[in-house]
Every structure is written in structure tokens, then in C-alpha cells.
Design a binder for this molecule. Structure first.
Ligand SMILES: Cc1cc2nc3c(=O)[nH]c(=O)nc-3n(C[C@H](O)[C@H](O)[C@H](O)COP(=O)(O)OP(=O)(O)OC[C@H]3O[C@@H](n4cnc5c(N)ncnc54)[C@H](O)[C@@H]3O)c2cc1C
Length: 402
């Protein structure tokens, strides 16, 4: 059956025609490439986007659709807040689903609450709102009647939680397709599917890009190929120590109970995102999880979930690091994650899909932005938060163009 969320969309493609010239050429139609294209268009530049696949199928469609703004720190936090503004702006322009849902962190222990209290204390009032168990359930849309009817309101074992006000949610399965379609309808934009970048050299206009469908020219090129930097620039990938981080994910059928808008994070999320790990109480939480749930640390779990507009729930995730990702999914990893989430939600889940997602990861820096030769800039988010940062990073890069 043709899946409307992943079917190729008709775009303004002129694949096969003779070489053309644009102000900016983007390699890769994932969220990072499309965000660069969107900002370039907003600045009145002509843009060509090339994508090797027939539609985007990389990390940008395999994730939770969680713009995890609040849990960033330092430079990433600044970029995330800029990104937030443009996510909302381009959602309105391009007509894709984006909601100011916030995120809820479920806390089941005092060690978890201690991290949340510390973060709340260092942020502006209201940005990280501490919640009672009843307040947590309310933020998750559980009515007082349901709370009375079901064990612990359907969210068992809570000692409290926190509401992360600034987080957004988008639907990963439809966002990049809709954004690509909208971009292709803008004047001065050309989008070429099934066109791979093979190499770059200098030309009178700036850069000549050798592709699988001939030569293209542009003043500036952004290479936004996610985790595949090593295919084009192996030395740069080695220098930045880019690895492929493979994540196991599942989709659960829509449950009968009421839906929840916020992204939902748990203890292991507090061991991954920098705003939490920067807190002094994070060390005690790590010790607690390592004693009570060592299996979660063994699989690099970030137990979290989001509900899509159709009510299905995206469940994840584990983290395994490779140069080349192993394609074989370990069922025990998936069942550990899904059992943990079913326990948090308080009911069994009907799993209807499983998949592997891969993103670029580096222990050198969370972002790679490097002008590899005049006019050719490689951009990759190497910390697993490319949805969160995309529009902010693109805004910064495009505003620095000569
Ligand atoms: C399971 C999972 C969950 C995640 N959850 C979140 C989350 O909740 N929040 C968050 O902020 N981030 C999350 N991330 C990270 C986020 O999804 C990525 O950081 C982001 O999508 C990367 O976007 P990208 O455009 O760089 O890469 P991609 O989406 O992978 O796009 C790169 C594109 O480049 C194309 N390409 C590659 N080489 C060439 C070439 N030579 N020529 C032409 N095209 C080429 C590819 O085909 C691909 O379409 C998650 C990632 C995964 C895998």
C-alpha cells in the first residue's frame, strides 16, 4: 500500500537538464539541509537542493519529532531558542504540524526530582515548572475522573515531574516532505531528487558540484548529509571522530485512553541532555539508575516517547556507536525499552512498527560546521539533536554568507 506520509511528492524537479547556477546549493534534503534552504529563500537567494534518494528517509523522518529546547545548555541552548522561533514561523508558512506542547519529565524517585529542582532553580521562572503527581497527570491530559478510575491516573508510580515549557513537537514523518514540497513551490528554488553529490571544485561562479546527473554551479554550497560525511570527506569525518549512532525505535498503536500532547521524558533522559547532566544532582541519579536499572545504561537508553497526530506513539531509544552501523536489531534491546515505557504509561502497548534510526555522533563537538574549501561548508549536527537545532544553526550559517 502506498503510505501517504512517505510517498514521493511531485516537485519542481528538472533532473537530467543541463547544468544550472544558483546562489546557494544544498546537498541533502533532511531537516538540516531544508532549514538552510528555507533561510536562504527568506534572504532572497536562489537555491538548488539535491537529494540522493527519491524522498528523504534519513534521521529526519525516523526521530521523535521532539524539539528539545529546554534541556540544551550553552551554545546549543542559544541555537535551540532561535530554532524554536523559526520552527514556528516556517510551520505557519509551509503548513506543517508543529505544536507548542512543551515536554513532561516523569519522576519516580527523589533523585530524579532533585535534578529537576536544580534545573528549575537556575532557569527563568516558569520555564521548568515543578509538578506534583496530580499536576504531572494533568499536564499529560489525564482528567480527574480518569485518574480516579485508573490505577494512579494511568501514569503509575509518580513522585512528581516537571513541565519543560519551551519544547515543541512536530511530526517527523510528514515535516520534511511538506517543507520540501513548499520550498519547491517558492520562486528561485529547484529541488532535484535522486541526484547525488560526488565532488566539489572551484568554478568562475564559485563552486562546481559534480553530481550523478551532471554538473551544477553555485556561489555557496552547504553539504548537509547527516551521518554520511565520511562518504564525501573521510578525513574530515575522521578528524571530527564522527561515528554512526544507531537507535532502535518502535511505533505503538493508538491506545484507547486520552492522548497527550507533550513529549515525555524519563530518568534516563536526564542522563543524556546537557541541561540535566550539568546539574550537581545528576551524579547521584546516574548512581541510582546504575544500581536499579543497569540494563538501561548497558543499551544507552533514553526512555522517551511522543504521540503523533494520529494517536500512534513513537517509542525509543537505545544508542549503539559504530563506524558502519550493524543492520541487525537486537530484540532484547527493543523489548527492554518497550517494557519500560509500558510500565510508565501504565498499560500494555501494541507494537505495530520497528525501525532503526542513525544519526551522526562525535565526542569532539556537538556540531560540525567547516568550510572545507572556498564556498563549500559541511554542516552536521553530531549530538543527536538535529531537529532541535536545525533552524537555529541554519539561520546562523546563512546569515554569515558573504
Ligand atoms: C531515532 C532517532 C531519534 C531522534 N530524536 C530526535 C529528537 O527527538 N530531537 C532532535 O532534535 N533530534 C533527534 N534526532 C536527531 C535528528 O533526527 C538528526 O540530528 C537530524 O534529523 C539530522 O538531520 P540531517 O538533515 O543532518 O540528516 P538526515 O535527515 O539524515 O538527512 C541527510 C540527507 O542527505 C542525503 N545525502 C547523503 N549523502 C548525499 C549525497 N552525496 N548527495 C545527495 N544527498 C545526500 C541523505 O539521503 C539524507 O536524506 C534523532 C535521530 C534518530 C535517528
Amino acid at each position: 500500500m502506498n503510505n501517504p506520509s512517505t510517498a514521493p511528492i511531485a516537485v519542481n524537479s528538472s533532473a537530467g537538464s543541463k547544468a544550472s547556477t544558483s546562489d546557494v546549493l544544498i546537498v541533502g534534503a533532511g531537516i538540516v539541509g531544508l532549514a538552510h534552504a528555507a533561510h536562504a529563500v527568506a534572504n532572497g537567494l536562489t537555491v538548488t537542493i539535491i537529494e540522493r534518494d527519491h524522498h528523504a528517509a534519513g534521521a529526519s523522518v525516523r526521530n521523535f519529532g521532539h524539539c528539545c529546547i529546554t534541556a540544551q545548555s550553552g551554545e546549543l541552548y542559544e541555537l535551540a531558542q532561535v530554532s524554536r522561533k523559526y520552527w514556528l514561523e516556517f510551520a505557519a508558512k509551509a503548513g506543517f504540524w508543529a505544536v507548542e506542547s512543551g515536554a513532561v519529565v516523569l519522576a519516580r524517585t527523589e533523585a530524579e526530582m532533585a535534578v529537576l529542582r536544580e534545573l528549575s532553580a537556575v532557569r527563568e521562572p516558569g520555564q521548568v515548572e515543578l509538578l506534583s503527581p496530580a499536576g504531572t497527570r494533568e499536564r499529560l491530559g489525564t482528567s480527574p475522573e480518569t485518574a480516579q478510575e485508573t490505577h494512579d491516573g494511568g501514569w503509575p508510580g509518580l513522585v512528581g515531574g516537571a513541565f519543560l515549557r519551551d519544547d515543541l513537537r512536530v511530526d517527523p514523518r510528514t515535516t520534511v516532505a511538506r517543507l520540501a514540497e513548499w520550498l519547491s513551490q517558492q520562486p528561485g528554488v529547484e529541488l532535484r531528487w535522486n541526484t547525488s553529490a560526488l565532488g566539489f571544485s572551484q568554478s568562475p561562479e564559485g563552486v562546481s558540484v559534480r553530481t550523478s546527473r551532471g554538473e551544477l554551479r553555485a556561489g555557496q554550497v552547504f553539504v548537509c548529509v547527516g551521518h554520511d560525511v565520511d562518504y564525501l570527506f573521510p578525513d574530515l569525518a575522521a578528524e571530527h571522530r564522527i561515528q554512526r549512532c544507531a537507535l532502535q525505535m518502535s511505533l505503538a498503536a493508538k491506545p484507547d485512553r486520552a492522548g497527550f500532547a507533550p513529549a515525555v521524558l524519563t530518568a534516563t533522559s536526564m542522563l543524556r541532555y546537557p541541561a540535566f547532566t550539568d546539574m550537581p544532582a545528576a551524579a547521584a541519579l546516574r548512581a541510582e539508575v546504575s544500581e536499579t536499572r543497569p540494563g538501561l545504561l548497558d543499551i544507552g537508553a533514553n526512555v522517551m516517547f511522543t504521540q503523533r497526530p494520529d494517536g500512534t506513539i513513537i517509542l525509543g531509544d537505545s544508542h549503539h556507536y559504530h563506524q558502519t552501523a550493524d543492520p541487525f536489531l537486537d530484540e532484547e534491546v527493543t523489548s527492554t525499552l518497550n517494557a519500560e515505557i509500558a510500565d510508565r504509561i501504565g498499560e500494555p502497548l501494541e507494537i505495530i512498527q520497528r525501525w532503526q534510526g542513525i544519526y551522526a555522533s562525535s565526542d569532539v563537538a556537538p556540531i560540525l560546521v567547516r568550510e572545507i574549501q572556498p564556498g563549500v561548508t559541511v554542516v552536521s549536527v553530531t549530538s543527536g539533536v538535529g531537529m532541535t537545532l536545525s533552524f537555529g544553526l541554519a539561520h546562523r550559517n546563512v546569515s554569515r554568507l558573504p
